[in-house]
Design a protein around this ligand. Structure first.
Ligand code: FAD
Length: 375
């Protein structure tokens, strides 16, 4: 489908921001491990933090297909920023889709980027088996009192609000609810950020909940509906991760191709050797296929049709492609690919995380295979 004039302009604006605001900062922020809050504010002011949500709520009312292309451009410049936009967009979902009238009053600040969100599902004892989570919220009078530990939380310690998936009932998925809490709530204790392989400007952190007391009306949706909300958010979020993977992989193809045109060995450009040229051809083809899969799933979502299996396929394929393509990009650069003078070693480190977050690629295979074997 051809982009609308509005989408075309939006993608142009995103490219300008990627070149003008992201590219000049990425190396320094990644090296120093500094969280780019100001850059995210700039993106918020440009309308990029609430793209797929309705204008009536303070979003931009863009089709998911367009939002994913914006993420792709951002990821090609700075993955931590694209991932931050994706996680923030995911974090706005519970209130945008299931929030009460009072909760929805915060949406313009969330979607405008004044309030940064975090999505707290994983725990130290359980990431893949999310339905087994143990963080508990107990009703005491007019409050919920939350106790437990969440792990690997992107924007942990940086976020203004936390979506907390916690147990309010018995075992299993049906005992889980979603509570949204202000980050400054006493008893919400972000821990020291993790020392990560990539995404060093935005490392995740554990969040300890030590009797954190939040008002009863912070429950999002009905009691016991938290797991369903979490999974709905992840279906859409996985497409965001696929878009990050496509953007990262495309950047690696472009960089490696540029290098192969310039680098001379045996008296000619290395790209003229079939071994290198065919590697580039395979890289470019895989990226195109990943993009096509991602956009096909997004179009299903935009049409209001079931898309979760297609989203799982897109996440699985695109992130595996990003890992392969960034590995091959290092090979094309030879020794130069192994040092931080070129961005390909960073892209390689960053690609790895995309195979893990929002459901590992084994979990995506589980989702896809179950749809085939159980119908
Ligand atoms: C940088 C980063 C950011 C993150 N951000 C967030 C966030 O913002 N919010 C959040 O809630 N979580 C976040 N996560 C957590 C992430 O979603 C989990 O790491 C992921 O879901 C895997 O869980 P786990 O690490 O506990 O691994 P485990 O569940 O312990 O899995 C370990 C291995 O076993 C495999 N495995 C597990 N079960 C099965 C099975 N049934 N079949 C086949 N293989 C299986 C997995 O695929 C994996 O290879 C983040 C993680 C990272 C690294």
């Amino acid at each position: 489908m051809l982009p609308s004039d509005e989408a075309y302009e939006l993608l142009g604006l995103t490219r300008e921001l990627a070149d003008g605001e992201l590219a000049p900062r990425v190396a320094r922020f990644e090296q120093q491990g500094e969280f780019p809050r100001e850059v995210l504010r700039t993106l918020g002011r440009a309308g990029l933090l609430g793209l797929p949500y309705p204008e009536a709520d303070g979003g931009s009312g863009q089709p998911y297909e367009v939002y994913l292309q914006v993420l792709e451009v951002l990821a090609g410049s700075w993955l931590a920023i694209a991932e931050a936009v994706s996680v923030h967009t995911l974090s706005c979902f519970p209130i945008a889709a299931h929030g009460s009238e009072r909760q929805r009053k915060s949406l313009p600040d969330m979607l405008g980027g004044d309030l940064l969100g975090a999505y707290c599902l994983s725990e130290p004892q359980g990431g893949s088996d999310a339905a087994a989570l143990t963080t508990r919220a107990v009703r005491e009078g007019e409050d919920w009192v939350i106790t437990g530990t969440k792990a690997w939380i992107t924007h942990g310690g940086q976020a203004d609000f936390y979506n907390i998936f916690c147990r309010t009932g018995g075992t299993g998925a049906a005992g889980i609810s979603c509570v949204v809490a202000d980050a400054v709530t006493p008893g919400i204790l972000p821990q020291v950020p993790e020392r990560t392989m990539g995404l060093r400007s935005s490392p995740p952190a554990q969040i300890v909940f030590e009797g954190a007391r939040v008002p009863a009306d912070c429950l999002v949706g009905e009691e016991g509906s938290g797991f369903r909300i979490a999974m709905q958010a992840l279906d859409a979020g996985r497409l965001g991760i696929a878009a990050c993977a496509v953007g990262l992989a495309q950047a690696a193809v472009d960089y490696a191709a540029g290098y192969a045109r310039e680098r001379q060995q045996f008296g000619r450009a290395i790209g003229e050797f079939q071994g290198v040229g065919f590697m580039l051809a395979d890289m470019a083809t895989q990226v195109s296929a990943a993009r096509a899969l991602m956009l096909a799933a997004a179009r299903l979502k935009d049409a209001g049709r079931p898309f979760s299996i297609e989203a799982a396929k897109a996440k699985l394929f695109a992130t595996d492609v990003a890992m392969r393509v960034t590995t091959d990009a290092i090979q094309v650069l030879g020794g130069a690919g192994y040092v931080s003078d070129h961005p390909v070693e960073r892209w390689f480190r960053e690609a790895k995380v995309l195979q893990i977050v929002e459901g590992t690629n084994q979990i995506q295979r589980l989702v896809i295979s179950r749809s085939l074997t159980r119908g």
